[in-house]
Design a protein around this ligand. Sequence first.
Ligand code: NI
Length: 176
Amino acid sequence: MAILPIVEVPDARLRETAEPVAEVNDAVRATVADMFETMYDAHGIGLAAVQVGIMQRIVVIDLQERELEEGEPREAARDPRAFINPELSWLSEETSSYNEGCLSIPEQYAEVTRPTRCRVKWLDTTGATQEAEFDGLMSTCMQHEIDHLNGVLFIDHISRLKRGMLLKKLDKLRRG
Ligand code: NI
């Protein structure tokens, strides 16, 4: 396993469309393991392969939502989930807003409105087809990550004015 460097805006790779995974094999499983390690190291809850420069349709998510018992290490709340070739098959008409962030746009957040619930089809790490409906933060995170596979960032869902302000702040942060 390895911690991979995270690609940040304005890297052009974040704007490309990722390729479907042709076969779920050991190489894909190794990529998934590296992605989890990279995501945990960066304290993220979701990561798409394109964010580590791998142009394949692979997403990892771990909301780490479970309340820890006293004395339990932070790692005890881990609930890693990998999604290969994930596809949205349904979106609810109802929408909700979350304050979203992205490891490729460090320390910047904005309210993004998306469908509240979504239905997703994907391959698991054994290559089996799975399908499930998600709501809440999991639904938001899933839509955010699938966007990455299509070259879309959360800042594309906010106004031009807000996007401009956010990128200016990021610029300032980087210059120190
Ligand atoms: Ni992101």
